[in-house]
Ligand binder design. Structure first.
Ligand code: DP6
Length: 654
């Protein structure tokens, strides 16, 4: 056995029948075109599990993994496992079942065993039980098989299955349809809704059983509606199911709000999906384009939502079906033979104590150190293919300028990569206008280029490399809460250290007039306050780190706001003056001050542009978003959570 062994599995949504499925009713489940991947190596010191991006694995995971290895016939095997995921972890979208299936596949591959879907689902169920207690088995079944399924547990429906095995029917939708997944951002374990409902039902079966049966009927009818392509009927069933789930007591105000927003944005029907009490809601759309429009509308309201296409081909029943044993990296469909390629994702970051001034213009070395947080919804995905006939760079599908291509080339040269490169970069920002980030772009480029070239570089080396593209990109490589000192940035706390929100208020459309590079140079050369500003930054950073370690929002917020205003004071004092603000910028600053007079604690930071980013708690994020949205001139709101490090998503298969 050598390794590493790579395996993956998709996330899932329950279209209909959640909760009822625990009591033997059918549920309609669909695999999501978003995957979780594991990489597994033999390691004497194992089991060691880590999650890319810095999320701390739950303590029970190691034990559950050992149980899975034992069930797979490898009780004494010692492994190290690295998890990376396109599915939000703990967000009600099947991440634990996908993890179980992917681990089952990887362990079977490492021990030379077949892993057909049924076995993967069985092995994953053990892991699932650790996280969810009374698991019905629907999640591992759909994550192992893919596509769309009608699932009924066999142990509670013995007339339908003699051996107590679940009854699983693949569902063939008559054509593609769209789905919008809206996330509440509130994590709730399945245990916290499934077990209390079990108690309520035990006390009043006459009240709850008819509701549970009706949810099962909605799922059975939902299958027929999908097969006929009757999306209006399916939408009505979504709405009815949400009402019934509310009556069972498993919804919550955040989910009801998501469902209302999905309906208001034009969904054909909407409901919570999965366990409820937090997690996600889904809205039905006519097709992928309709789903994308709805998702965009929600995003512009500050909600976290994404659109997918299910059913039909490709990406539907056939496209999303799982192969019998998927234990190898997926290859990119558009690969050119003989070329080497890799894809990486990096998040933009916002500085809490800023970088504004270089001590070395050519090497992009900062005069003062800075502290930042990576933001989950602002991410760039970049693919680098080496061995191309000439250098090329596509930014969001459009050819980049010669200057931009040469900036990318300098970064590759600095990495010792002299082959020509075809680079494609997409800003996956919900509201594109005004938020394009060179930080996430250069971080993703550095990571993808080195992966494509097979160069094994440390995070510090990759950070130093990204810095050569744009200073702040150094901080997007380690992600989380990171400090950039001199040549490289390092993560000082993982994203999980402190769950805050950064509510971004877009205060103007279009690019800023003077970019950061020219702006900071002009400030350094002409502002009489510049030396004082740099001296202040040296004092601010250690203080900010102290408040961050103590998770003291009031102290860190006030310090970050002061730091940003002082940076702008430096810029305003330049000749000619640099005024980055719009009226809406000041409106937002005043609005946040007003909020603080009440009970809502939120502080602003502002980069070299008009947009205001408010630091607050997750509980206050909606109030902050609502308050900023009504400031005249604010164009859109986006609420972001902490994100992790830049990482490769599609390893070079050669
Ligand atoms: C105001 O990293 O964009 O956002 O190094 O010249 O590419 P270059 O500048 P850039 O500057 C960012 C400045 C800032 C503050 C910050 O992010 O720290």
């Amino acid at each position: 056995m050598s390794g590493p062994f790579l395996a993956s599995a998709p996330g899932k949504v329950l279209l209909l029948g959640e909760h009822a499925v625990v009591y033997g009713e059918p549920a309609l489940a669909a695999a999501l075109p978003r995957r979780l991947q594991v990489k597994l190596w033999p390691d004497e010191g194992g089991p060691l599990i880590d999650i890319e991006g810095g999320t701390v694995p739950p303590p029970e995971l190691t034990q559950a993994f050992e149980g899975l290895c034992a069930a797979a016939g490898a009780p004494h095997a010692r492994y190290r496992v690295r998890i990376s995921s396109e599915i939000p972890l703990g967000g009600g979208l099947g991440s634990s079942a996908a993890l179980g299936v992917a681990l089952a596949r990887a362990v079977c591959a490492a021990t030379n065993q077949e892993c057909p879907p049924q076995r993967a689902a069985e092995l994953a169920l053990a892991l699932e039980r650790v996280f969810h207690g009374a698991a019905s088995g629907v999640d591992p079944a759909i994550c192992a098989r893919g596509g769309i399924l009608l699932f009924q547990r066999g142990d509670l429906a013995p007339t339908k299955s003699s051996a107590g095995e679940p009854v699983i029917e693949p569902v063939f939708a008559s054509g593609p349809f769209g789905l919008v997944v809206a996330q509440t951002g509130r994590q709730r374990g399945t245990r916290s809704t499934v077990l209390p409902l079990r108690e309520r039902r035990a006390e009043r079966p006459h009240l709850y059983d008819p509701l549970i049966r009706q949810l099962g009927d909605l799922a059975t009818g939902g299958k027929l509606a999908l097969e006929k392509g009757d999306l209006v009927e399916l939408g009505v069933r979504f709405d009815a199911a949400h009402g019934l789930l509310g009556a069972l007591g498993v919804s919550c105000p955040e989910l009801d709000q998501c469902v209302a927003s999905l309906r208001a944005a034009g969904a054909l029907g909407a409901k919570l999906t999965g366990a409820g009490g937090g997690g996600a809601a889904i809205g039905l759309a006519r097709d992928g384009e309709h789903a994308a429009q709805i998702a965009q509308r929600l995003q512009s309201l500050g909600a976290s939502a994404f659109a997918v296409t299910l059913g039909g081909e490709p990406g539907g029943q056939k496209g999303a079906s799982e192969r019998a044993s998927e234990a190898a990296p997926r290859k990119a469909s558009t690969r050119t033979p003989g070329r080497r390629r890799a894809t990486a994702i990096a998040h933009a970051n916002i500085a809490l104590t800023k970088y504004w001034g270089k001590r070395d213009e050519a090497l992009l070395l900062p005069e003062a150190s800075s502290l930042s947080l990576a933001l989950d919804k602002l991410r760039t995905r970049t693919t680098v293919e080496l061995g191309a006939p000439e250098d090329s760079l596509l930014l969001d599908g459009k050819p980049a300028s010669a200057k931009e291509v040469s900036r990318a080339r300098s970064l590759l040269d600095a990495a010792g990569i002299h082959e020509k490169a075809a680079i494609e970069s997409h800003n996956e920002f919900p509201t594109a206008a005004g938020l394009a980030s060179s930080a996430s772009g250069f971080a993703a480029l550095a990571v993808a280029a080195c992966a494509a070239a097979g160069l094994k570089k440390s995070t510090a080396e990759l950070s130093a490399l990204a810095r050569l593209g744009s200073g702040s990109a150094a901080r997007s490589v380690p992600g989380g809460w990171s400090v950039w000192r001199d040549e490289t940035a390092e993560q000082v706390f993982p994203p999980s250290h402190w769950d805050v929100r950064m509510v971004v208020a877009l205060c103007a459309a279009g690019p800023k007039e003077v970019g950061s590079r020219d702006g900071m140079k002009l400030s350094k050369e002409t502002s009489p306050y510049h030396a004082a500003w740099i001296a202040q930054c040296e004092r601010d950073l250690p203080e900010a780190l102290k408040h961050l370690a103590a998770r003291d929002l009031d102290a860190l917020g006030a310090l970050a706001e002061r730091n940003a205003l002082r940076m702008h004071a430096d810029a305003l004092a330049a000749a000619p003056p640099l005024l980055y603000w719009q009226p809406a910028t000041i409106g937002c600053l005043k609005q946040l001050a007003r909020l603080r007079e009440g009970r809502v604690r939120a502080w602003a930071t502002i980069d070299a542009g008009p947009h205001v980013v408010a630091l607050c708690t997750p509980d206050d994020a909606i109030a902050v978003a609502d308050a900023l949205r009504v400031v005249p001139g604010v164009q859109a709101i986006l609420s972001c959570a902490p994100a992790g490090a830049a990482h490769v998503v599609e390893p070079d298969p050669e």
